[in-house]
Write a protein that binds this ligand. Structure first.
Ligand code: FES
Length: 132
């Protein structure tokens, strides 16, 4: 899917072991067919020198993963943790390694533009994954 500059927003590159939160526009589709626009979040991490971007929504019950804004990593920095029911995720693949989640994290695209990083504006229109 082609994406123009209006589809992207620039965010700060997180430090090693850190995360940058960013807003995402999303649409919630109701069972009666209606849809409402909601504000969601994504987060960009740097783990072992590699960037990854994920939607800040646990695949178990849909809550944000962080209970302290911007804190996603386990104490040892090796995993991402959902603080609601303590599911553990692989920071590079997003796979659920432990906990009640039925699937892994929702991946978001990102692209490095010089010293900056760009991430999507919406959760729906996902440009092809980049950054490798
Ligand atoms: S909401 Fe994340 S493990 Fe339950």
């Amino acid at each position: 899917m082609a994406a123009d500059s209006a589809d992207w927003q620039r965010v700060a590159r997180p430090p090693e072991g850190g995360a940058t939160l960013f807003p995402l526009q999303a649409t919630l589709r109701l069972s009666d067919g209606r849809s409402i626009d909601i504000d969601a979040q994504g987060f960009l991490i740097c783990h072992k020198g590699r960037l990854q971007a994920w939607k800040n929504e646990c695949p178990h019950a849909g809550s944000p993963l962080d209970w302290i804004p911007g804190r996603f990593f386990s104490e040892d920095g090796e995993h991402l943790v959902c603080h609601t029911h303590h599911a553990i995720f692989d920071p590079e693949s997003g796979d659920c390694l432990s906990g009640p989640c039925p699937r892994g994290l929702y991946a978001l695209a990102f692209r490095e533009v010089g010293d900056m990083v760009e991430v999507p504006v919406t959760a729906e229109r996902l440009p092809e994954r980049g950054g490798d």
